[in-house]
Design a protein around this ligand. Structure first.
Ligand SMILES: NC(=O)c1ccc[n+]([C@@H]2O[C@H](COP(=O)([O-])OP(=O)(O)OC[C@H]3O[C@@H](n4cnc5c(N)ncnc54)[C@H](OP(=O)(O)O)[C@@H]3O)[C@@H](O)[C@H]2O)c1
Length: 268
């Protein structure tokens, strides 16, 4: 924020915190944002939403609303946040954009189920070891299916012709994503990736996200990979429109249930 202020002293800035593990926190964030826009006499709209947050959890942990924490952070929370911000995004007088940050690892998922238990993440539990990689890959596939389904819905919705949704996949980046992995393992992994010349620094890893965020207003439903404007195809599963529709329905039902539980103060 201070760097933006340094470059443009007239910029109106405010940071908000949101915890994607909690629907209450997402709702509070949306309300605070609306209030701030109103108090600052700004147009009641949002021009850019980047769903970047994500974790690689190594142990099974539940949110207070009963979701696996990795599914909640990587898919369910971004789905809920996007749904809550859609009216503000659609209200923008300028072309507005959603960018969902996915991962090439979505290609490792083959047998896909989109029932409530699986989307909540609990469907993966019950094995001796927490299936960390499988849940991460599945959460990133869900984010892709959701992105393409939203793109299809928006292109049929005449009122939201100015809102687009794209996917960004940074490739491999040296960040804190492996914070839960034992240090010796993450060091070995990063060393191998560096020797293979696959490892990027965050300043380069961000490029695919910038490509998606700054794409032309006509660009929608596109998968940006690795920067330099590169677009690639995602997996066959991620392009399965029927599967995407089923996932949308499951996620929407979960959204309604979570909203009811928050309104009734009965989160369990
Ligand atoms: N690094 C890679 O090689 C790679 C490759 C492909 C895709 N990605 C994706 O890139 C995205 C960014 O990850 P990264 O690599 O930059 O990892 P990172 O350094 O660990 O950053 C993750 C970010 O997510 C935030 N976050 C975690 N849990 C959250 C929650 N419950 N609510 C709100 N925010 C939360 C973190 O905030 P705090 O720091 O405050 O916890 C942090 O800012 C993720 O979606 C990841 O899956 C990364």
């Amino acid at each position: 924020m201070s760097e933006i202020k340094r470059q443009n002293e007239k910029a109106l800035l405010k940071a908000f915190q949101v915890d994607l593990l909690s629907i209450q926190s997402i709702l509070d964030f949306k309300n605070s944002l609306q209030l701030w826009l109103q108090d600052s006499k700004m147009h009641p709209s949002v021009q850019l939403l980047i769903n970047n947050a994500g974790i690689l959890a190594t142990s099974s942990r539940l949110t207070s609303e009963g979701y696996d924490q990795m599914m909640a952070t990587n898919y369910v929370g971004p789905f809920f946040l996007t749904q809550m911000l859609l009216p503000l995004l659609k209200n923008s007088p300028f072309p507005s954009r959603i960018v969902n940050v996915s991962s090439f690892t979505h290609r490792c998922v083959f047998d896909v189920h989109v029932d409530e238990d699986t989307v909540c993440g609990k469907g993966f539990w019950g094995l001796d070891q927490y299936p960390c990689s499988s849940i991460y890959q599945y959460s990133k596939l869900c984010l892709l299916l959701f992105s393409y389904e939203l793109h299809r819905k928006l292109s049929l919705d005449k009122e939201s012709h100015k809102l687009t949704v794209n996917v960004a996949d940074p490739g491999v980046v040296k960040t804190n994503i492996m914070r839960e992995v034992p240090t010796y393992l993450s060091r070995v992994a990063f060393t191998i990736l560096r020797l293979l010349r696959l490892l990027q620094l965050p300043k380069d890893g961000v490029n695919s996200i910038l490509d998606a965020a700054l794409a032309s207003p006509e660009t929608s439903g596109v998968y940006f990979f690795g920067g330099k404007g590169r677009r690639v195809g995602s997996s066959a599963q991620s392009n399965d429109a029927k599967l995407a529709e089923e996932l949308w329905e499951t996620s929407s039902n979960l959204f309604v249930k979570s909203q009811i539980s928050v309104e009734g103060g009965t989160s369990s």
